[in-house]
Design a protein. Structure first.
Length: 159
């Protein structure tokens, strides 16, 4: 069974988003052993300088790095990443997992991910050029991963 890890900065606060996340994790459990790792983002001042942001992103990168198992296919979610259709994402996921023991997806904090994390990732993925609420994005990612499994099995879920 595939091991799936979602590493994310921050926790879901809204009940309806936690319920949606729980539902997709339950659905995914038929296809993968899932682990959601929530890391505490570095607190910043109300109007942080570029240097303060860089220092925070570097600290978060160290936390993230410790949570990535050896032999993982790592996908960093970032605005400058490549955009895929759902079918392309599914193909990328299943092509990439060969030779790897884990699928790892990383969602950064509100200021994104440090360049180190992005440069170490096997795949840089962007869902859109638009900005989405950080918490909603977690549910969107889980749904697309679930959709990827359904596409791979030829299910009617993906129309």
């Amino acid at each position: 069974m595939i091991k799936l890890k979602i590493i994310t900065l921050g926790k879901l606060k809204e009940k309806y988003l936690r319920e949606a996340e729980t539902e997709y994790l339950k659905r995914l459990s038929s296809y993968a052993k899932c682990e959601l790792i929530e890391l505490e983002p570095v607190r910043l001042s109300d109007n942080p300088s570029d240097a303060e942001i860089e220092k925070a992103l570097k600290s978060e990168a160290e936390l993230i790095k410790k949570k990535i198992p050896e032999g993982s296919l790592v996908t960093a979610l970032c605005i400058e990443g490549k955009q895929y259709s759902s079918e392309e994402m599914s193909r990328q996921m299943f092509k990439g997992i060969q030779g790897h023991s884990n699928l790892v997806y990383i969602i950064g904090s509100s200021y994104g991910l440090h360049e180190y994390v992005k440069n170490q990732a096997d795949i840089k993925l962007s869902f859109s050029k638009m900005t989405f609420p950080h918490q909603l994005f977690r549910v969107m990612l889980l749904e697309q991963i679930y959709r990827g499994f359904k596409i791979e099995e030829g299910s009617k879920y993906h129309k």
